[in-house]
Structures are given as structure tokens and as C-alpha cells.
Write a protein that binds this ligand. Structure first.
Ligand SMILES: [Zn+2]
Ligand SMILES: [Zn+2]
Length: 380
């Protein structure tokens, strides 16, 4: 089905900035919007660009404690306090100026994407600035202030959605969203991620994590070994995710599209190429139509090759949402390449496609994990 796609574009979201040297650079999202514009995807028939409003305290409060929201406001406006209690401090979650406003804007953008879809105004909507899936109800974690996918899901439940499927393809486990809906049978969370207990962040996401009392089976995890490549990852995705979502029969599909699973990502060890994102986009799109009457709310997520990978990955996903993936020229527009290289001060790839990598050394092990998850989740 073509058309009816919303692109949330809110350049103000650049204030979500932990400062120079932090890997989560606002340019990731800004360059994504630039590449989407440079490829004319935002001017396709049926595509509408939507702005965003910050989430209110009340909407953030669907997920986060009032105490945490107040602490975030105070810390981000320079007040002294014991902010480490809320996860803030040197390291992953440094305090930055207007931290609350920035987090509320990102969360509001995901709620706006959810509103566009739930109202029927748009069939699919994409908030590239979102996907901050590690934030907990009362604690910042993994670069994430407010958990925008969870806030959007909680908002959808409040508006009357009965069943929501959340699919998280970020290289890191979607621990915040899983924890927030652990006891909630109306929300199915599925995360496919790199997993190596003991050192790889956040350390959760084992097969055995399946949901709390009364919600058993509402969490599904596909933990893959480092060095999994396109083939092993796609096999694992296809073996578990479409059948699990179809069986759940959701009203809405919410996806977190982190692309830190790329072979060149500095923070992780999977070995995907843009081919996997292209295939994944097609799978998710077809799944949204098959299982959720087309209702698809998509967010960005991790991805730390901010000039070389993220804009290409998320433009591929958006092109698929707009039914334009097969018409998308492989070469990137000159103007975009110049701008990306100017900001990165280094060369960037000039095509969406990439040479295939030799099969990931862990592809065989990844298949075995997927088959095990499938046995437990779908046949158990
Ligand atoms: Zn569609
Ligand atoms: Zn990540």
C-alpha cells in the first residue's frame, strides 16, 4: 500500500546533545533528514513532513516517575544535587544543558508519530530522533534520558490500543522498554541484539527473559554472538520476529531501528552491512501490513558511524516505508556527500549498497540461537 507516510522532522531536537566527544551526536539525525531530503523522499506523493511538540510531564509520567522528571529538569538547568542516583554523571549519561527539554522533545516526537498513526492520519510514521530504549522509569541509562518508545507505547495504550508489538533491532538489548512493560500482557517486546554477558552493554536480554507474572511470553529475546553477519542475523530475524508478531496480532507495530549492528560501528561487534537494513525494512513493512493493518510507528536508535552509516541506514528504512526503496538510486546525491564529508572531515561512502562481507564467523551459532528461541517461543 502506498502513501500516507509521516516523517517527523524537528531540527530543534539537535539540543539532545551530550557534548563534544560523546558518541551520540545530533548530526546522526540531522544528516538522516538531509539525506532523506536530498533523495526527494520527503516530496514523494503520500509523504508528509510533520513537526513535533515536547511531551508534557503528564505524558512522560505514563512511564517515568515525577521525581525523576524533576531531577532531570533540575540537573539540566545547572542545579546541584545527588544526580548519580538517577543515572546522571560522568560517562555514558553526562548532565547537559536543557536535558529535560531535549528528552521531552524526543519523546514528544515519538508520541506525535504514534498519534499520526493511531488517528489514521498516516499509516506509517518515522521519528529518526527517537529510539532511546535504555532509559528506565527513574534512571537514565545508555545515553537515554526519557524512554521515548515506551512513552509512545504507553500513550497508545492510554488512547485505547489493546495490543502493541515492539520490535527492537538495535545492537543493544532494548532493556528499558522490556523492563517498563515486563508485567504488561498487552505489550509484546522483541529484541534481537548482540549478547555477551559480563561485558557487552547492558548485559540483559537472555532467552530466558520472557515477561513477568501474568505476562509470561510477552518478552522475547534473540541474543546473538559477536561477529554475527548479515546472513546469520537475517536468518534469526526471520525465524522469530514475523511469526511471533503475527501470532500476537497487534493493533500497532512499534519498531526501534538502531543501526549500531553495522560491521563498522565502534561500539559493538556484529558484522551487518546495509543489505541487512534493506531486507529488514522490507520484512518490517510487510509485517506491519500483514499483522497490524499497516499501522507502523518507527523510531531511530543507536548507530555511531554518524556520517558513514546512520543516514544511509535510516534513509533505506524510510524509503521502504514510502514504497520507494526499489526506485531509490544507489548513488548518494553529490550535495549530501559534500555536506557529510564537510562535517565528518573524512570521506563517506558514495552508495547505499556495500560490498558483501565474508559470512560472519558466528553465523552458524546465530542460527542455532534463533532455532532455540523459535522452539521455546513459538513451539513451546
Ligand atoms: Zn506501507
Ligand atoms: Zn545501541
Amino acid at each position: 500500500m502506498s502513501g500516507d507516510v509521516g516523517l517527523i522532522r524537528c531540527p530543534e531536537a539537535r539540543i539532545y546533545d551530550h557534548g563534544p566527544g560523546h558518541p551520540l551526536r545530533p548530526d546522526r539525525v540531522l544528516l538522516t533528514w538531509e539525506l532523506i531530503a536530498a533523495t526527494d523522499l520527503d516530496r514523494r506523493p503520500g509523504v508528509r513532513v510533520l513537526g513535533c511538540e515536547p511531551a508534557s510531564d503528564e505524558v512522560l509520567g505514563l512511564v517515568h516517575t515525577q521525581e525523576y522528571i524533576e531531577a532531570t529538569k533540575a540537573a539540566g538547568s545547572g542545579e546541584e544535587g545527588n544526580w548519580t542516583r538517577f543515572g546522571y554523571g560522568p560517562g555514558d549519561n553526562p548532565i547537559f544543558d536543557r536535558m529535560h527539554e531535549a528528552g521531552a522533545l524526543v519523546a514528544g516526537a515519538s508520541v506525535d508519530a504514534a498519534r499520526a498513526v493511531w488517528s489514521g492520519e498516516r499509516l506509517h510514521a518515522f521519528n529518526a530522533a527517537g529510539g532511546l530504549h535504555h532509559a528506565m522509569p527513574a534512571r537514565a541509562s545508555g545515553f537515554c534520558v526519557y524512554d521515548d518508545p515506551a512513552v509512545a507505547i504507553a500513550w497508545l495504550l492510554r488512547e485505547g490500543a489493546q495490543r502493541i508489538a515492539y520490535v527492537d533491532v538495535d545492537v543493544h538489548h532494548g532493556d528499558g522498554v522490556q523492563a517498563i512493560f515486563w508485567d504488561e500482557p498487552r505489550v509484546l517486546t522483541i529484541s534481537i541484539h548482540e549478547y555477551e554477558p559480563g561485558w557487552f552493554f547492558p548485559g540483559t536480554g537472555a532467552i530466558t527473559e520472557r515477561g513477568g507474572p501474568g505476562a509470561e511470553g510477552s518478552a522475547i529475546n534473540v541474543p546473538l554472538p559477536p561477529d554475527t553477519g548479515d546472513e546469520g542475523w537475517l536468518h534469526a530475524f526471520r525465524a522469530v520476529i514475523p511469526p511471533a508478531v503475527e501470532r500476537f496480532d497487534p493493533d500497532v507495530l512499534v519498531t526501534q531501528l538502531g543501526c549500531d549492528s553495522h560491521a563498522s560501528d565502534p561500539l559493538a561487534q556484529l558484522r551487518l552491512t546495509t543489505r541487512a537494513y534493506r531486507e529488514c525494512a522490507k520484512e518490517l513493512h510487510a509485517l506491519a501490513h500483514r499483522a497490524a493493518d499497516g499501522r507502523w510507528v518507527a523510531t531511530g536508535g543507536g548507530g555511531y558511524q554518524w556520517a558513514r552509516v546512520v543516514p544511509r541506514a535510516w534513509t533505506l528504512y524510510f524509503a521502504e516505508m514510502a514504497d520507494a526503496l526499489d526506485d531509490l538510486p544507489d548513488g548518494l546525491p553529490e550535495g549530501f556527500i559534500e555536506e557529510a564529508e564537510r562535517r565528518a572531515k573524512a570521506p563517506v561512502p558514495t552508495t547505499f549498497s556495500e560490498p558483501d562481507l565474508v559470512a560472519g564467523p558466528s553465523d552458524h551459532a546465530a542460527r542455532a540461537v534463533a532455532d532455540q528461541v523459535r522452539r521455546i517461543v513459538l513451539e513451546g
